[in-house]
Design a protein around this ligand. Sequence first.
Ligand code: NAP
Length: 323
Amino acid sequence: MAISAHTALFGVLGHPVRHSLSPLMHNAAFSALGMDAAYLAFDVGPGRLAALLPALAELGFAGLNLTLPLKEAAFRALSELDDEARLLGSVNTVKVTPGGGLEGHSTDGRGFLRSFEECFGAPVAGRSVFLLGCGGAGRAVAIACARAGAGAVRLANRDQERACALEEEMREKCPGVSVETVPAGSWAASCRECDAVVHAASVGIRPGEPALLDSGAFRPGQALYDLVYMFPETPVMAAARRAGARAANGLGMLLHQGALAFRIWTGVEPPIPLMRSALETAVYGKPLVGAEANPGSGDARAPVSEASIPSSKTGTGNAINPT
Ligand code: NAP
């Protein structure tokens, strides 16, 4: 990629941010489309965000992503917001308009829904969902599932008050969907009863970290989606598979939230297969092909044989440790 005086600038802001795979994915897309554009990563604390956003727009940045812990701070800093950002109180995508204005968008929920359907061959609509982890990402996914027609949403969180607060919020924002908080002692039993399980706790991001749910929480016929994306198989995915459930990591959510952001910034159709290959190469060591990559197989973009899967316990030369 040749950087010129005309190069359009994009980037992700977060803290920490050096683990981010977004530069890889977006630069692969710009290069494939022959666009004179570059995407970089910047380590920014939440206290500096409100001042930095207009400064970056003034410097000529055309679009930004926000990751932990900046999504709520970006929401507070912006006045022009799309419906989803307003509903979630969170912004992960900022578009700089030609006049220098800043538009806040949220693509996390739609990114999750697309990836879930792609991985398991059917949408979350009509399914009962057990969601563990009610932080920023879990909250976006829980609300997205409810709005997409999930039959019921059960919320579990280490700090139970946080789950109760989300339950209350969802009763207001998603009336008509059955929502309940599950106390810690009942997680495994409640999880086994649900059709879909979403792991949205930031556990499993460090090699060797034990899963919060063991195989007793799963059964055949279930679909587990772990938002953690930096390993081919996370501890909770391994637990689900041992019990006969299907399992996927969060790489597809990263891909689709990024593809939606790309469209918002550029108005151009993103080269999704190529962006997927870039991410898969970073995490799996190679793009997935054939049965490995068949989204409708129900095996959730997982390598075909367990033996070929570098686990988060053993690590892999390509695994990215976010800490
Ligand atoms: P967050 O706002 O900091 O929330 C962290 C969540 O993890 C909270 O629910 C927290 O529970 C829980 N947690 C942390 N340590 C725990 C422990 N030892 N035991 C039990 N629960 C624990 O983070 P986030 O933005 O929601 O991100 C959550 C995960 O999703 C991260 O791994 C992130 O990388 C991933 N993610 C993936 C994508 C994607 O595109 N695939 C997008 C966004 C996020 P408490 O409330 O009790 O602290």
